[in-house]
Design a protein around this ligand. Structure first.
Ligand SMILES: Cc1cc2nc3c(=O)[nH]c(=O)nc-3n(C[C@H](O)[C@H](O)[C@H](O)COP(=O)(O)OP(=O)(O)OC[C@H]3O[C@@H](n4cnc5c(N)ncnc54)[C@H](O)[C@@H]3O)c2cc1C
Length: 383
């Protein structure tokens, strides 16, 4: 096996592909070790009081960068999406019963979760298009719709979904939506199929297409109240973007280091690859891009800590525009310098590229963030 991939990193990746939807025993052991050393739920900022291990977003950001160097490692510390976002939602907006029933076991790492917003029938980058209906029926709600790209839903330990849908289709656009908790084993929930990402099933979490047909849940599964879906979505996404962006920075930094190592060991046309000007330019450009992205993301984290998510809105949009594209660019150069090795399983580069590429879509495509940031800036600076 190539020196560029760590033995355990390689073993877990290969094992997961061969044992669909199963957790690797070594990862479970590492989780217990992390929990016993209080390296657990590090992402939950200290504003959450006793629920939080006590770090700020700014303090957590470099840890997320380290986790990004081995993509599955964030799970070891109970810091992986979509559980992190769902924990923040329940910690911030959940009722006491919801916290007891779902937040507590999620924070203990006993269960996993999924977030169901995107739908195959509508352009979901505009969340006002979401069609799933959530209708009140006495002490219950009845949910009907179809979702896809529900990350984490294939994992057998996934216990519940947070689902976005419409409670009032006739209301003003931003108050039509609500979020409700659906236990995965509720009658009417049908996991239709797992979706592949560039050919990979991303086991053991997976990304599911799910049908919800006359799914009935108690009325007190509603989070925060009817019509509050957008409000919750805004609160959910800010810190989550810091996590993704810092992981992307860690992945890009490792790709760059691998590139430097690789070009130092290969020669073409009588010269080391490290001595070609084009290679050195690629390396220099990559380090500049990585560090620019890192500083921008740290500023966004610091602004969230000091002034709140709303005040950090422009910075959060900027990092979401900058970091996935930066990581795609850096990893692409590293792949090129590795030759055929760069696209196979013997380095982490292929999965880094795939991760960066999907983050250009997930949590809102690049263009949507540019569209919204551009609008805010025009509003701010026009006469
Ligand atoms: C691997 C993966 C995991 C995901 N996990 C989840 C999850 O856990 N839960 C969940 O709910 N969703 C998840 N998603 C879905 C993701 O958030 C959506 O794919 C994304 O929001 C885009 O929605 P859409 O696919 O419907 O694309 P559409 O809304 O149809 O958009 C298609 C394209 O139109 C363009 N576009 C849109 N708006 C504009 C604009 N204003 N200006 C210019 N161009 C524009 C963009 O290029 C965009 O990519 C995941 C997606 C992937 C790939």
């Amino acid at each position: 096996m190539d020196q560029h991939v760590l033995p355990l990193e390689f073993e877990v990746r290969e094992w997961r592909a061969a044992h669909l939807w199963q957790d690797h025993p070594k990862v479970e052991e590492l989780k217990q070790a992390a929990q016993s050393q209080n390296l657990w739920n590090l992402f939950l900022p200290k504003g959450y009081g006793t629920l939080s291990p006590g770090l700020t977003n700014l303090e957590y950001a470099p840890l997320a960068e380290i986790m990004g160097r081995v993509l599955w490692s964030s799970e070891v510390f109970n810091c992986s999406a979509p559980d992190t976002g769902n924990m923040e939602v329940l910690a911030k907006y959940g009722s006491d019963r919801q916290k007891e029933r779902w937040l507590r076991p999620l924070m203990a790492g006993k269960i996993r979760s999924a977030f169901l917003m995107t739908e195959p029938e509508v352009a979901s980058s505009d969340a006002t298009n979401i069609r799933t209906s959530i209708q009140r029926d006495g002490n219950h709600y009845i949910i009907n719709g179809r979702k896809w790209w529900s990350s984490g839903a294939m994992n057998p330990r996934c216990d519940f979904f947070i689902v976005m849908g419409k409670t009032d289709p006739d209301a003003e656009r931003h108050v039509q939506q609500s979020m409700i908790i659906i236990p995965k084993d509720t009658p009417g929930v049908d996991i239709i199929r797992p979706l592949r990402v560039f050919g990979s099933l991303d086991s053991p979490e997976g990304h599911a297409e799910i049908s919800l047909q006359d799914v009935r849940v108690p009325a007190d599964n509603m989070i925060l109240g009817e019509s509050r879906g957008f409000e919750i979505a805004q609160g959910r996404l800010g810190p989550g973007r810091i996590h993704h962006c810092m992981r992307l920075i860690g992945a890009a930094q490792r790709a760059l280091e691998l590139m430097c190592q690789r070009v130092s060991t290969r020669e073409t046309f009588g010269k080391s690859l490290a001595d070609y000007s084009s290679i050195r330019q690629d390396i220099a450009k990559s380090q500049c891009q990585i560090h620019q992205a890192r500083l921008l993301t740290l500023e966004a984290a610091d602004t969230i800590d000091r002034l709140g998510v709303k005040a950090a809105r422009e910075l959060i949009a900027m990092i979401k525009i900058v970091c996935p594209q930066m990581c795609c660019d850096v990893v692409d150069r590293a792949i090129q310098a590795h030759g055929g090795l760069g696209v196979c399983q013997d380095t982490p580069l292929a999965e880094f590229w795939s991760y960066a590429r999907i983050i250009r879509l997930a949590d809102g495509p690049d263009e949507v963030h540019m569209y919204q940031l551009g609008r805010q800036l025009i509003k701010k600076h026009r006469f």
